[in-house]
Design a protein around this ligand. Structure first.
Ligand SMILES: *Cc1c(COP(=O)(O)O)cnc(C)c1O
Length: 454
């Protein structure tokens, strides 16, 4: 299987190369040259197969670079770290309403599904090539902690994660700073997430530096992350009774459009889905897109669901590519328009299988309260956004993207109690290690030069 760029101007590459590069040389994102079909008999199975076995079946369709034995080992190791034997259990709340719990990985958010696998793929690549790498990224919370836990103590890789000082949840910061791993460098900077991201982009754009230090990225444009997330949509479907699989709606808390794109790709591969509900918080760029056909980024406003405080949905480009019938030229032209004017109007836009909802902070609190009263179930503030508009006559699967234990302040405000998790309690006893730097590319560059692996 080969991978091509959404902008159509980069040579096709194999899975390992697409994974290692992240961004294609023409600035586009990698997509499979042709999207394979899910094995039809899989969808008729009564009950789920073990998660790693399903993940292996799925990746076999995409990854023709690793041999079977290697791939099995990588997948087993990635999902062996989850605390639930079901990995992604489906919990029924009402006749037609189910929650897919995606927070049983080591950092208690769905980002572990992609980043545990990425960590093992990097380690495998380093063993294979003998060349160390340095991972550089910026985070508003969950991506950084999941990446750090995917790579902590792995040989031949050092990890540098920038984050806005004082603007992420305390427990998210502890997940990054309390690992006690020598290869992890959490870097708080003065400013916002956008400032951190800008520094990373500038350093990544310096090809001499990037090549010499072998800098790699871990953000959600990496195709391996997207594909790893497609697996749990299939797994959720297999956990539904056979007579409930005819009209499935997936409601997905959305920021960068990565998670819901993963589901949509599974649908394009044959997974029967009636609707994907793109659930945003008050940062509603995607709600506006799917209700009006107009994509226009605005200012980011802090919300009670901070991991969705995004106004540039980086995976939108992959949606656009399929929307244009896999036409790289049209996609590149539209992306150029967005880069120039910050917006794009899609003529005669038909949202197809997508619908969208928007949830402001007050509604987040109400949705958390209602879930507790009506179902005796506690959701985190991100998942609460996906409970905004549920059709009671359809089989609905709400994707729960994080554990409520990560956001004790919001939970106390909503329901007067904050669930805890033993994994987070352990962190509270450890001493944080962090490297505060001046918020300039020069300061971060000097730090990288001094601490890079290899
Ligand atoms: C990252 C994140 C999201 C948004 O996911 P996207 O793939 O960016 O759409 C939602 N909820 C939580 C808890 C997250 O960490």
């Amino acid at each position: 299987m080969n991978y091509v760029s959404t902008r159509g101007k980069s040579p096709a590459v194999g899975f390992a190369e697409a994974f290692a590069q992240g961004l294609a040389p023409d600035g586009g994102l990698y997509v499979p040259e042709t999207l394979p079909s899910l094995p039809g008999d899989l969808l008729l199975e009564e009950g789920p197969m073990p998660y790693p076995a399903l993940a292996w079946d799925f990746f076999n369709l995409f990854d023709t670079d690793h041999d079977s034995e290697e791939l099995i080992a990588l997948i087993d190791e990635s999902y062996g770290s989850f605390s639930e034997t079901m990995t992604a259990p489906l919990v029924q709340l009402a006749e037609n309403l189910h929650v897919l719990e995606l927070f049983h990985g080591p950092t208690l958010s769905f980002k572990d599904f992609g980043l545990q696998l990425i960590g093992n793929l990097f380690e495998h690549q380093i063993r294979h090539t003998g060349e160390p790498i340095n991972v550089l990224g910026a985070t508003s919370g969950d991506t950084g902690s999941a990446a750090i836990h995917g790579l902590a103590n792995k040989k031949g890789v050092n990890v540098f994660i920038l984050y806005p000082k004082g603007r992420i949840a305390e427990l998210q910061e502890r997940q990054m700073t309390c690992t006690a791993a020598k290869n992890i460098f959490p870097i708080p900077i003065e400013g916002t997430f956008d400032d951190a991201q800008r520094i990373v982009k500038e350093l990544m754009g310096d090809l001499e530096l990037k090549n010499r230090l072998r800098l790699s990225a871990i953000n959600s444009i990496n195709l391996a992350r997207i594909l790893a997330q497609s697996v749990y949509y299939v797994h959720a479907y297999m956990q539904l009774p056979l007579d409930r699989r005819g009209d499935v709606h997936f409601a997905v808390p959305t920021g960068n459009f990565g998670n819901v794109l993963s589901g949509w790709l599974a649908h394009r591969m044959g997974l029967p889905v009636e609707r994907f509900i793109v659930a945003t918080n008050r940062n509603d760029i995607l709600h506006r897109l799917f209700t009006t056909g107009q994509y226009a980024s605005g200012e980011v406003h802090p919300s009670l669901a901070p991991s969705m405080d995004i106004q540039i949905a980086s995976n939108f480009e992959r949606f656009l590519y399929y929307f244009h019938g896999e036409d790289g030229k049209k996609t590149a032209a539209d992306m150029a328009k967005i880069a120039k004017t910050g917006k794009l109007k899609l003529p005669n836009f038909d949202p197809g299988v997508f619908a969208a909802t928007r949830c402001d902070d007050d509604q987040i609190l109400v949705n958390i309260q209602r879930a507790k009263e009506e179902y005796g179930y506690i959701v985190d503030p991100h998942t609460a956004c996906a409970l905004q508009e549920i059709d009671p006559d359809r089989t609905t699967v709400v994707l729960s993207t994080a554990s409520p234990a990560k956001f004790p302040d919001v939970m106390k405000k909503a329901i007067g109690e904050a669930p805890t998790d033993p994994m987070l309690d352990v962190l509270k006893k450890r001493k944080p290690v962090r490297y505060e730097l001046e918020a300039t590319p020069a300061a971060v560059r000097a730090f990288l030069e001094a601490n890079a692996a290899g």
